[in-house]
Design a protein around this ligand. Sequence first.
Ligand code: FES
Ligand SMILES: [Fe+2]
Length: 380
Amino acid sequence: MRLSADLAEALGRCTGLAADSHTLPAACYVDPEVAALEAETVFRQGWVGIGRGDRWAASGDYAAMDLGGVPVVVVRDEEGVLRAYANTCRHRSAQVMEGEGHCTKMRCPFHFWTYGLDGRLLGAPSMRDTNGFERADHGLIEFMTAERQGFAFVSLEDSPPPIDDWLGDFPDLHARWDLGSMVTTRRREFTVACNWKAFAEVFNEYYHLPYVHPGSIDDTYDDPDDPEVVVGAWATHAGTTQGTGGLLEADQVKALPVIGTLNDREAHGVRYSWLYPTLVTATGAEGMWMYEVYPDGPDRCRCAQVVCFPPETAALEGFAEVAEAYYERFDVAIAEDIPMLERQHRGMRSPFARQGRFSYLEPNVARFAGWYADRLLSVG
Ligand code: FES
Ligand SMILES: [Fe+2]
């Protein structure tokens, strides 16, 4: 599949810098052909974040997912290593695992071919008359995985770039949060009738705050800092807050302890980052809230809200009750964003949708547009 000349020209206007870039063309959000190209270049090349590693806390914990149209099963093996496999049976290709949970083996429900957590085919009934059949030749196809800073990543590419190059200076700019030690205290899934990129974008820009969040969080956020230049497949934008960004204005007195290792600016603000393509994070004074977002065709996305705190905070007496006020803040804000995202998507579907321009308050969105355009243009 190739890009049309018009689309290639439009993508060429996405330079990555808010001041001179154009927005991604609407076709990138609504056109099934672009979605197919995107699956190939954005989801089947490079690394894709799949959330926090502690979702697979114990050996045998698994989750089935769809990454760019590819069914994948992620499981922690007996040695504690996170593994990812093509979730397609080596017999006649049924999807092996569904949903999430705990298992000791992975069994295809169609004819009971059974795979170990290491992907090996352990059992296949009634195959004794099949000439030349070797179980060893029919293990699940395995993908590369990595865990960094407590996040889990999968690559469907044979030889992806080194994960540490992909992440660039994300670890450095988040070092004082010690993200690797944080624990997930809440994970909540939902779907939205918009393109996955729009969902990630709204989390990454300050521009809409006064208009979409006037009574809930807008007054908490000061004007953001100038964006920093970073290296790697990610973008970031930080700013200070009045009180904590993790609570509604009315709940500020409930604030949990500030992470002791943060510098003064970090202790009085929030850093918003986007680990392309699927993870968007907000690291605040007391913990982190983030979303995973995955396409479900161009017109829908599957999202998960994930909230993490340092283990010592999560162990505090009364933590569960106070944490509810944080969850409330995240739920209220996203409930204000979702109708706007669905409205944006309806506008995007018009043949008269045109490339727009960015405000200085949207540097992460502009930087992503530049990165995404480059990925699509790489297949010409
Ligand atoms: S398709 Fe899986 S056992 Fe037959
Ligand atoms: Fe928002």
